[in-house]
Ligand binder design. Structure first.
Ligand code: PAF
Length: 283
């Protein structure tokens, strides 16, 4: 497995691969890898000739009072996991390599990134779209894999790729849960045992809301969301949002909507967790 630290070497290596006619698959990550990341990597591995993974805790997607400095890191463990899962190339730049100190250019999606995490974390999606656009220019992948765990991120990236004509297929990979139902996240390690048990309420309540809407339709949505909010609050969670939107437009779901994203962001202690359920409506 090749480890590359500079943009120049990365782009040159990617160009050589492209010129040889091989396909490039790409999984961007912020490291501290877990089984959720490995499921993205395995999907990409099965499809690509050459598989690139980036490990970069992107400073521009963290707000001033967020957990950039505390964000968990374990590069050696990440490398071992990537070797085991047959990754070909790791790109792990330092922040000063990735961004010029006087960087003044940003990539911003202006609609789908507005609600949910975009509302609570104003810099977040601008940082994500900017770093992913830069990574796409460097890696030049044929396809890239993103998880449904970060459903809004996946939709925003798909929109950016469409609007800016990146010749890249974006593949959405299913959300992966621990055996107890908690959605896998690098931030789960911040939870105490007690908080972790309480946090299971997120999935439990979103699942109940999902079942209610599947059985009774959109008319039951507001009631189902309110019940979920109450259940999550009763578990000790401090709700950022528990809501539902049309999965294509990120607007209010209506009877013609193709699908519904039921999404939650909840704090247990100081740890902010996100989770979601997606219902596809048959036409
Ligand atoms: O999902 C993540 O880990 C990050 O937002 C991403 C896509 C790697 C960009 O920094």
């Amino acid at each position: 497995m090749k480890i590359i630290k500079t943009k120049r070497e990365l782009q040159q290596f990617a160009l050589e691969i492209k010129r040889s006619g091989k396909t490039i698959g790409f999984v961007p990550t912020m490291g501290y890898l877990h089984a959720g990341h490995m499921s993205l990597i395995d999907i990409a591995r099965a499809k690509a000739d050459v598989l690139f993974v980036s490990i970069f805790v992107n400073p521009t997607q963290f707000g001033p009072n967020e957990d950039l400095d505390l964000y968990p890191r374990d590069f050696e463990r990440d490398l071992a996991m990537c070797t085991e899962h047959k990754v070909d190339v790791i790109f792990a730049p330092e922040p000063q390599e990735m961004y010029c100190s006087d960087n003044t250019t940003w990539v911003e999606e202006k609609k789908l990134s507005g609600p949910l995490c975009g509302a609570s974390r104003p810099c977040f999606y601008r940082g994500v779209t900017t770093v992913v656009a830069k990574l796409f220019h460097l890696v030049m992948p044929d396809f890239a894999v993103f998880g449904w765990k970060d459903a809004q991120q996946l939709l925003v990236i798909k929109r950016m790729v469409r609007d800016l004509d990146f010749p890249i297929e974006i593949i959405g990979a299913p959300l992966v849960r621990d055996t107890d139902g908690l959605a896998l996240s690098s931030r789960n390690r911040y939870l105490s045992d007690d908080e972790r048990t309480r946090a299971l309420a997120i999935h439990r309540n979103l699942l109940t809301a999902r079942k209610t809407v599947e059985e009774k339709g959109l008319a039951a949505l507001e009631g189902a969301l309110e019940e979920a909010r109450q259940g999550i609050t009763a578990s000790g969670g401090r709700i950022d949002y528990v809501t539902a939107l049309d999965v294509d437009t990120m607007e209010e779901a209506v009877s013609g909507s193709a699908g519904l994203l039921i999404a939650a962001a909840v704090f247990y202690g100081t740890t902010r967790l996100i989770d979601n359920e997606v219902i596809e409506f048959s036409k």
